[in-house]
Design a protein around this ligand. Sequence first.
Ligand code: ADP
Length: 262
Amino acid sequence: LIILCSSVFVILSISASFFLSKRMMKPIIQSWNKQTEFVENASHELRTPLTIIQNKLELLLTEPQEKIMNKFENIALSLSETRRLSKLTSDLLTLARADSAETQLVKQVIDVDSFVNNVCTPYIDIAESQDKHLWLKLNSKINIEADEQRLHQLLVILLDNALKYTAEQDSIGVKTYVEDNKIVLEVTDTGIGIKKQNMKYIFDRFYREDRARSRDTGGTGLGLSIAHWIVTKHNGTITVNQNQHKGTMFKVRLPKKEITKP
Ligand code: ADP
C-alpha cells in the first residue's frame, strides 16, 4: 500500500509540475514569438527602402559624368526613401522603449482645449493647401494631468492619418468634450474609411489595410500602435468606428483628473 501511495504521489507531483511549468511557460513563449515576429517585420520594413536606395545609388555611379538634373528622379526617390527610413527607425525606437518600460511619462497640468487648438492650428493651413477642410469643436473646458509631448505625438498621428486617408473636398473634425466622467478627444474624417472587419487589426504593429497606398503616403503601419501605447500609458482607451456617413472616427478617452476651470 505504501509503494502504491508513493507511486501515485510521485505521478501526481510530476504531472502537476509539468502542467504548472507548461502554464508558466505559455506567456514567455507568446512574448518570445511576438518579439521574433516584430524583429522579422522590422527587418523587412527596413530592407525595402535600403534596397531601393542602394539600387539608385549604384545607378548614379554607373554614369558619373551625367548632369545631376538628368538624375533628378533617382536622387529624389533616394531622398524620400531616406526620410522613410528615418521615420521608421524613430517609430521602432519608440516602440522598443515602450516594450522595455524604459519610457516614463512626464506629467503636467494641461488645458485640453487650448492644447488641442495649438496642435491643430498649423494643420488647418495644411488641410486647406490640400483642398480639405479642418474644423474644431473644443468643449471640454477641463485641465488634465498628462505628458504633453506624448499627447502631442498622439494627436499628430491621428491628424496625419486623417490627412493621408482623405481626398480633396473631404473634411476632418477634431472635438473635445466630457462624457461619463472622461475627457474625450475625437478625430473624425470623411475619407476612405476602414472596413469593419479590419478594424480589430488597426492597432496591431505593421498592420496596413492597403500596403501600397500606405507606403505611397509614407506610412509605416506603426503610427496607431504608438497611439494605442500612449493612450494606454495614460490609463485611457482608444477606439475606432465608422464615421456617421463616410470615413473614420477615432475616439480617445482619458481619465479626468482635472482642476475645473472657473
Ligand atoms: P500607417 O503609417 O500605415 O498610416 P497606422 O498605424 O497609422 O499606419 O495606421 C494603420 C492603418 O490604419 C493604415 O495603414 C490605414 O490602412 C488605416 N488607417 C489609419 N487611420 C485611418 C484613417 N483616418 N482613415 C482610413 N484608414 C486609416
